[in-house]
Write a protein that binds this ligand. Structure first.
Ligand code: HEM
Length: 397
């Protein structure tokens, strides 16, 4: 069934509980949010910077390369290895994930249109069916590629050296089979879904947030000035580290404000009520599908001084110290909240600071800051419209 394509993201009950718990503990064992993932991200930053450097200050679209770098962080956790940016397998995985996320969004949105705009059914139906077919096709190819990678890992499995999430899963599966436990959740399909889900959830989200941040820096050069002043003062020309963050309230505020303003997962993920609830005077029966609109919180007029403006001061007090805000919930909240939050935050901080330490981001020649368009492309997530930026090497680097 369609549901099966979506494992932790779109499953419920026993499977979700067991798989979420397994994913969380295994990823933590492999250093999600800890020093070891910091090392991986730092290593990946070097590859990414080299790639940006090669454009020698000329304008280019950074979408693909940013996704490759981010995808490699998940690969490291899943498979214990990174891919070269020129590897066709990496390129195809990233491209297909991207399309799946876009097509899922258009499919969901078009279903809504379909329900409400009955008059338009005929023209929409054709487009919708085509998108649905593309989505199913991409999902199949994606699964095929993952199956191959998993098969390779299975062949070279050595219980003494766990390379990543996939190995842990396979070893758990083997030992359950040896104990004749038949009804476990540790079977090939769940492994496949968990790996594809973690890629889907962890690549486009971080990649598009990073790209929003660079675009916003190019659009608002006075804000970029302040980040770079802070990076130069606190980090200088050495490698940036996660522990630097507490000394960098302005940069931290800029990253938080990027996440708030970019609002990349406006609908979060559809959930089901686990019991009857009354919300704002409405009675909602147990088992009803609900879409938590994160936009309504991230752009709440009663919470934010200027919700529709990119304004890092939302996260700074009058002395320039970083302040947490309760209405900052880009990762959603509660039991189903994002499982990768700690990893995502670490990636964003290290990638953003490393890039701004080395490069000045500007619009292409002949394009003004005002011309840079902040209208998102609407899929399941909101990504920046296709654009080019110059990454100009800063003095001393
Ligand atoms: C800027 C980056 C990210 C943002 C904004 C983000 C946001 C979200 C949101 C809004 C949800 C839905 C929560 C809900 O339904 O209440 C979610 C779920 C999830 N995210 Fe993330 N995410 C990000 C990065 C990541 C990363 C790096 C990973 C992988 C390690 C990840 C893995 C997941 C998973 C597995 C779920 C499903 C959890 C469940 O249903 O139990 N995310 N994320």
């Amino acid at each position: 069934s369609a549901n099966q394509h979506f494992w932790i993201l779109f499953s419920n009950g026993k499977t979700w509980k067991e798989m979420r718990h397994f994913a969380l503990t295994t990823l933590k064992d492999f250093g999600m949010g800890k020093r070891i993932s910091e090392e991986r991200i730092v290593e990946e930053c070097h590859y990414l910077l080299t790639e940006f450097e090669q454009h020698k200050g000329k304008a280019f679209d950074n979408a693909q390369i940013v996704s490759y770098a981010v995808s490699n962080i998940i690969s490291a956790l899943m498979f214990g290895k990174r891919f070269e940016y020129t590897d066709p397998l990496l390129q195809s995985m990233v491209e297909r994930d991207h399309e799946i996320i876009y097509l899922t969004g258009t499919a969901a949105i078009q279903v809504l249109y379909w329900t409400f705009l009955i008059y338009n059914v005929v023209p929409w139906l054709g487009r919708w069916l085509k998108n649905w077919r593309d989505l199913m096709h991409n999902t199949e190819v994606n699964k095929e590629e993952m199956r191959r990678i998993i098969a390779d890992l299975k062949e070279t499995l050595n219980p003494d050296i766990c390379r990543g999430f996939v190995d842990v899963f396979l070893i758990r599966k083997q030992s359950l089979e040896e104990s004749n436990i038949m009804d476990s959740q540790y079977h090939d399909e769940n492994l496949l879904y968990s790996v594809t889900n973690l890629f889907a959830a962890g690549t486009d989200t971080v990649g598009s947030t990073l790209r929003w941040c660079l675009l916003l820096m190019a659009k608002y050069p006075h804000i970029q000035d302040q980040v770079q002043e802070e990076v130069d003062r606190v980090v200088g020309s050495r490698q940036v580290r996660v522990e630097d963050r507490k000394m960098m309230p302005y940069t931290d505020a800029v990253i938080h404000e990027t996440q708030r303003y970019a609002n990349i997962a406006p609908l979060s993920i559809p959930l089901k009520t686990s019991r009857d609830v009354t919300f704002q005077g409405y009675f909602i029966k147990e088992g009803t599908a609900v879409f938590p609109l994160l936009t309504s919180v991230l752009y709440d007029e009663s919470e934010w001084e200027s919700p529709h403006t990119f304004n890092p001061s939302h996260f700074l007090d009058k002395d320039g110290k970083f302040i947490r805000r309760d209405a900052f919930i880009p990762f959603s909240a509660g039991r189903r909240a994002c499982l990768g939050e700690s990893l995502a935050k670490m990636e964003l901080f290290l990638f953003v600071t490393s890039l701004l330490q080395r490069f000045r981001f500007t619009p292409p020649p002949g394009v003004t800051e005002d011309d840079l368009d902040l209208t998102p492309v609407v899929g399941f997530t909101l990504t920046p419209s296709p654009h080019q930026l110059c990454a100009i090497s800063r003095e001393g680097f």
